[in-house]
Ligand binder design. Structure first.
Ligand code: 4AD
Ligand code: MG
Length: 455
């Protein structure tokens, strides 16, 4: 039975014991009587050094990338580290790696690593990202679970377009009959006789669950057929969507801030090595920034105020700013990076640029919407209080020429015991970008799905 490298290097309790580890060779140095092999098993950013006493045996130097099993004695190394002393007989090659192994010891660009998504997890950068991703996911569950939320799973195949932005992938059946000759023959173009698509958001079903369970959250994939090649858009992303009954816009904002502070605090506690790694290699001052973020209130501004700030900024934006325009990434980043210098909630957007389900404000022009904008990324959260009034909701849907028949269950919620309620959607990958300093969304998900990504 082997022991995780993380266990061995993070305590002194194994010193003097004979143990077995497994892992991949990161580097190997050979001298006359001893050899040094750095082995990494993925459980830690740190390698463990194996010191091989070559003696008279015919030691064959392992190549970078080989998988090894090493049995040896744990000893104290230099600088308070722990090493393993082994003899050649204690080393078994589990898997060879020829010299064309792509991850030879040298710097690799993120662009190059994107071309080998199946192997890039073996670098420290991606090891750190995948571990942070896992810890953040657990922290999100922990936050909601300890605040009385029920975790629900909403359908991924759906007949309704929640955001109404026309960004749904259509679900078609693919046949495998040998009779099919042409590619078109494989597609029968519907979902058992009905039109269906992949969900862009679990919100509508989430509202149904929240108006039964009080507080719910989803955490699963959403799909967007956005043909946009940007550093922050995926066709398949992971979406965290809490939905809360008896809540108004302010409550939604407070939940978002409290939840984010909890998950970032957890990250700082549980991933000090990973945060230090990103601090050193991707964003200088990352730890200080995250500590600052969790110890102060996030900024707040209305859309109307934000437009004034942008207009008076003196900046030369690519997209001109007028009341009524949708905020572009350049505007979002200006507000969070230059004006507020931290995360900022923007509220009360014009109804024309937001979705049908948002609660209409008394001014007749805006809706009770909120986006959270952060430096480096832009929008990471979009949410709102929902329109709870049956007639107002129908009117908003009619203005958008929506097919009310497709939403009859949703409308029922406003007929039977309707309550003020609201929620938000957090883009999980954007949260990872924000908390690691990674600049491209393709580098925070195992296999990014974007334009041209399916191999
Ligand atoms: O702002 P969005 O479109 O809002 C909704 O879907 C609401 N139904 C959420 C809700 O109120 N329950 O999406 C929410 C968040 C965005 O702020 C962004 O972080 C992320 O989802 N997101 C994407 N992330 C990566 N790639 C994409 N193509 C994304 N589209 C949205
Ligand atoms: Mg949005």
């Amino acid at each position: 039975k082997h022991i995780d490298v993380k266990e061995i290097i993070s305590s002194k309790e194994f010193i003097g014991q004979e143990i077995t580890i497994c892992g991949w060779v990161r580097t190997s140095r050979n001298s006359k009587s001893v050899a040094f092999v750095e082995v990494n098993d993925g459980t830690s950013l740190k390698n463990v050094q194996v010191v091989v006493e070559k003696g008279e045996s015919d030691y064959k130097e392992p190549r970078v990338g080989m998988a090894l099993k090493v049995t040896g004695t744990v000893v104290e190394g230099r600088n308070n580290t722990v090493e393993i002393n082994a003899v050649p007989e204690g080393i078994t090659v589990l898997g060879d790696a020829p010299t064309d192994y792509p991850l030879q010891k040298k710097g690799h660009t993120l662009e190059f690593l994107r071309t080998i998504p199946h192997l890039r997890g073996r670098t420290n950068t991606f090891n750190a990202v995948w571990r942070v991703r896992s810890v953040l996911a657990a922290a999100i569950h922990e936050y909601f679970q300890t605040h009385n939320y029920v975790y629900v799973n909403t359908p991924l195949i759906t007949g309704s377009d929640c955001e109404g932005a026309g960004e749904m992938f259509q679900v078609t059946t693919i046949g495998y009959s040998n009779d099919y000759k042409n590619e078109e023959d494989y597609y029968t173009n519907d979902f058992f006789g009905r039109k269906a698509g992949l969900s862009v958001s679990g919100q509508l079903e989430g509202e149904m669950a929240a108006t039964a369970m009080g507080k719910i959250y989803t955490f699963g994939p959403s799909f967007r057929a956005e043909n946009s090649n940007t550093p922050k858009h995926l066709a398949e992303f992971w979406h965290v969507e809490p939905e809360v009954a008896f809540a108004e816009l302010n409550d939604v904002i407070e939940i978002a801030e409290d939840m984010l502070k909890h998950v970032i605090r957890t990250l700082l506690d549980k991933c000090p090595d990973e945060v230090a790694f990103f601090d050193a290699h991707f964003e200088k001052g990352l730890r200080a920034r995250l500590e600052e973020l969790i110890s102060h209130d996030f900024g707040r501004v209305t859309y109307t105020e934000a437009i004034e700030l942008l207009k008076n900024s003196g900046e030369n934006f690519v997209y001109p700013v007028e009341w009524g325009c949708d905020l572009q990434t350049e505007h979002e980043r200006y507000l969070s990076e230059k004006v507020f210098k931290k995360a900022v909630f923007v509220t009360d957007y014009p109804k024309e640029i937001k979705s049908f389900y948002m609660k209409q404000n008394p001014d007749g022009k805006t809706v009770a919407a909120v986006d959270l904008l952060v430096p480096g990324v832009g929008e990471i959260i979009g949410g709102s209080e929902r329109e709870a009034d049956y007639d107002k909701l129908i009117a908003a849907m009619n203005e958008r020429n929506m097919n009310l028949d497709l939403y009859s269950d949703y409308l029922d919620l406003r007929k039977f015991g309707t309550v003020p309620h609201g929620g938000f959607g957090l883009g999980f990958e954007r949260l990872i970008m924000y908390t690691t300093g990674m600049a491209n969304i393709r580098d925070v998900i195992l296999f990014p799905r974007t334009v041209g990504s399916i191999r």
